[in-house]
Ligand binder design. Structure first.
Ligand SMILES: O=C(O)CCC(=O)C(=O)O
Length: 301
């Protein structure tokens, strides 16, 4: 029998709970830092990515689809069409150098890393582990053919980046579940579930939570009426989640060093990002000058 599932409490007093390899702190984020993150979020232009591309087409039986939610990545961008970071085989041409963490997130990362180093040792803590990657997920509802459709969920998956993963939540609370692996015809056994509150930190690692179980976001509440920035066309965000991960630095490469096929597929995304980011403009310029060194980027004097 699986161990009994764990339930977070409903809205009310914030709670802390510990399960080996899984830590939850319902009131991790100081109010001033929360406000600073919201101000920074208002400046972001998240991307709607498609799952597949010209050089990485859908496998047999699958069709092209847009992700359920807009996303933003910091540290490195793992484009869905490049199939994310999947060691040991899927490490090349997966992680494209991206903007650094803003200071307010870097401060949270330093606290989380200190906690993780106390919680995880030996095989659960890779030698050069540090949180250098962040996926920002925007959860909410999408306007489709004049109707609002709730897309605030994530199906079962594992985070393949080595070592502990940390998740910081803002806005409406979400129910995360860790489930045992699925076999056709069998119901997933929920091993642990936790409501993730506004301002909370969840940190998990080790074999049980990274390898033996999948996790999913089952649903996101609507009860507090949060509407989070940035304003997006045809999408209303009620929860933002930051998952901080570790990708070995040698697997993070500039856009200019991706294979020509991968560059062709993600160039439109890079161009969209460059419209509002000096970082991505510089990465595109670097690729242009490296692939065509005889054409200078600036007029000759
Ligand atoms: O939104 C969350 O709480 C979890 C997100 C997640 O599972 C992921 O980014 O891999």
């Amino acid at each position: 029998m699986p161990p009994p599932s764990r339930y977070g409490r409903g809205p009310g007093p914030k709670v802390r709970q510990r399960t080996p390899g899984h830590h939850y702190n319902g009131s991790f984020l100081p109010a001033a830092d929360r406000a600073e993150i919201l101000t920074w979020l208002a400046t972001l232009k998240p991307l709607w990515e498609e799952r597949y591309s010209k050089h990485f087409p859908p496998p047999p039986g699958q069709t092209q689809r847009r992700l359920l939610r807009p996303v933003y990545w910091l540290g490195n961008w793992q484009f869905a069409c490049l199939d994310y970071y999947r060691p040991p085989k899927g490490v090349k041409d997966r992680c494209v150098r991206a903007e650094p963490f803003p200071p307010v997130l870097q401060r949270q990362v330093e606290k989380i890393e200190a906690l993780a180093r106390r919680m995880f040792r030996g095989p659960d803590m890779p030698p050069r582990w540090h949180l250098n990657t962040c996926l920002v997920n925007f959860y909410g509802s999408r306007l489709e053919d004049g109707r609002w459709v709730d897309t605030a969920r994530v199906g079962e998956h594992k985070d393949f980046e080595p070592g502990p993963v940390a998740s910081l939540s803002l806005g409406e609370r979400a129910l995360i579940q860790f489930v045992t692996s699925t076999r056709p015809g069998e119901r997933d056994a929920v091993v642990l579930e936790q409501w993730l509150d506004d301002g909370s930190l969840e940190l998990f690692g080790g074999v049980q939570w990274k390898e033996q179980t999948f996790h999913r976001v089952q649903r996101v509440d609507t009860r507090e009426g949060h509407v989070l920035p940035p304003e997006l066309p045809d999408f209303q965000t009620r929860r933002v989640n930051f998952t901080f991960r570790y990708v070995p630095d040698e697997h993070v490469i500039p856009f200019a060093k991706l294979s020509p096929e991968a560059r062709e597929d993600v160039r439109p995304y890079m161009r969209t990002l460059a419209e509002s980011s000096a970082f991505f403009r510089a990465e595109l310029a670097r690729e242009q000058s490296e692939s065509n060194p005889s054409s200078p980027q600036t007029p000759a004097r």
